[in-house]
Design a protein around this ligand. Structure first.
Ligand code: SME
Length: 159
């Protein structure tokens, strides 16, 4: 277990690669969900300075707020509601360049301008979504999608 994260320069893709290399040292092999989700979102926040990054977990018929970094957020989201709820319903990553133009977006903060939501699968079942919000418009692209999907695919062994 390391408590250090070193990301030195490079473009966004380089940073994701550096982060992924160090993640095993930041996570608990005994697989405590909360500990591992907490360190993953903290590492993402520390690396990229995202406005808000956190998990919503499937609990019965709702998504419930999990570990996150950023301002306080809504605690429960229904299936099909907002970007997170649609990601759950459709089981695919969603990139929203301008949340103000997205019908049904749940505005936890008026500072949030764009977002990406990525599903987390465990043994083929969607168990949570990772929600990343930016205070800039159009801040997420295919690099974020493929790298975050990659990270979550790897992370599923720690969940
Ligand atoms: N953006 C989400 C709601 C959660 S907050 O932004 C943290 C959505 O519309 O699903």
């Amino acid at each position: 277990m390391s408590e250090q994260l070193i990301i030195s320069g490079g473009d966004k893709n380089d940073k994701y690669i550096a982060l992924l290399q160090q993640l095993p040292a930041l996570l608990d092999e005994r697989v405590d969900n909360v500990a591992n989700m907490s360190n993953l979102v903290a590492a993402l926040k520390q690396t990229f300075g995202f406005f808000w990054v956190g998990f919503y977990r499937v609990q019965a018929d709702e998504l419930v707020l999990g570990p996150f970094q950023g301002p306080i957020a809504c605690t429960r989201i229904n299936k099909g509601q907002g970007v997170c709820g649609i990601t759950w319903q459709e089981e695919r990553t969603m990139i929203i360049p301008n949340v103000h133009e997205f019908p049904g977006h749940i505005a936890c903060s008026d500072k949030s301008k764009s977002e990406i939501v990525v599903p987390l699968f465990k043994e083929g079942k969607l168990v949570a979504v990772l929600d990343v919000d930016s205070d800039e418009f159009a801040n997420f692209d295919e690099v974020d999608k493929s790298q975050l999907e990659n990270i979550l695919e790897w992370f599923s062994a720690y969940y």
